[in-house]
Design a protein around this ligand. Structure first.
Ligand SMILES: [Zn+2]
Length: 283
């Protein structure tokens, strides 16, 4: 393996693939009007995933219907938080890998760090420990912080919009299911299962059953749809426009000429990737 410099001033990934997401919602949850795409990014960052570096950006949509009780509400591209938790510079697949190797395969964190380095991921032992704790927090159901956030959204919007997607981390057969809330753009919880069935998913979602739900968003996976139907029978379901987590970095958005143009305007050139704050906590 090529020896890497011990201290880098900045980590840059010019080879990073690019994924640009727009909010998965088409219509306003309150008035039903078609949402308009906002001109600027609401987030952008470069992360390390098990499949290489990835530049991620998200664009929100907004309700512009002046008659609407929630005119001006922004609907974020929550998919970006599924690939990587807010303020983290690693993909969720890296968390899932660390968690599974440690919990399921009983590997020590230092061994896992070595494995990740061998796979080309730059990470030190301290950050492996940190990601492992994030993984545990994510699997540990509702934290107080998340509960408050969800209650605030219910207060403001009268309900939540839940989205679910599944990610298959490299190297083993388990699936990581992630529940997120679209209006707040928060990852709420995750569950990692080797042979998921509808009951597992339903039991997991039941923790959140008491919240009023305006709508749910998922891809076409039957187990997920059945679980959503069981837990929130009356909530309208919307299918994701694109399924992305399974093939994290495989595809680069083809028709993003317009977005590239926009990006040059927004960022004055290449995406900024120099700083990776690792001192943030998200729960
Ligand atoms: Zn509206």
């Amino acid at each position: 393996m090529e020896k890497r410099p011990r201290h880098r001033i900045a980590r840059r990934y010019p080879e990073a693939k690019r994924r640009i997401f727009v909010s998965e919602l088409n219509t306003c949850a309150h008035c039903g009007a078609e949402l308009k795409l906002r001109p600027n990014w609401h987030m952008r960052k470069t992360i390390q995933t098990m499949q290489g570096a990835l530049f991620l950006a998200g664009r929100a949509k907004t309700c512009t219907n002046e008659e609407c009780s929630h005119c001006g509400t922004r609907y974020y591209a929550s998919q970006v938080w599924l690939l990587s938790l807010p303020e983290s510079s690693y993909g969720l697949d890296v968390l899932a890998y660390i968690g599974w190797r440690h919990e399921h395969d009983q590997r020590q964190l230092v061994e896992i760090q070595r494995e990740l380095n061998q796979k080309g991921i730059e990470i030190n032992e301290r950050n492996v420990g940190k990601l492992y704790r994030q993984y545990l927090a994510l699997l540990g159901a509702t934290s107080e912080g998340i509960r408050k956030k969800l209650e605030a959204i219910v207060e403001k919007h009268g309900g939540l919009i839940f989205g679910i997607d599944a990610l298959q981390p490299e190297g083993h057969g388990s699936l990581l299911y992630v529940l997120y809330e679209i209006l707040s753009g928060r990852v709420v919880s995750a569950i990692q299962l080797e042979r998921p069935n509808e009951k597992d998913l339903t039991d997991w979602l039941k923790t959140y059953q008491s919240y009023p739900v305006l709508a749910s968003v998922s891809d076409g996976e039957e187990r997920i749809i059945a679980a959503l139907r069981a837990v929130w029978p009356n909530a309208p379901r919307q299918r994701c426009q694109e399924h992305f987590l399974g093939n994290l970095a495989d595809e680069v958005l083809e028709n993003d000429t317009e977005l590239r143009k926009q990006m040059r305007v927004d960022l004055g050139g290449l995406p900024k990737t120099a700083d990776f704050p690792e001192n943030s906590s998200f729960f």
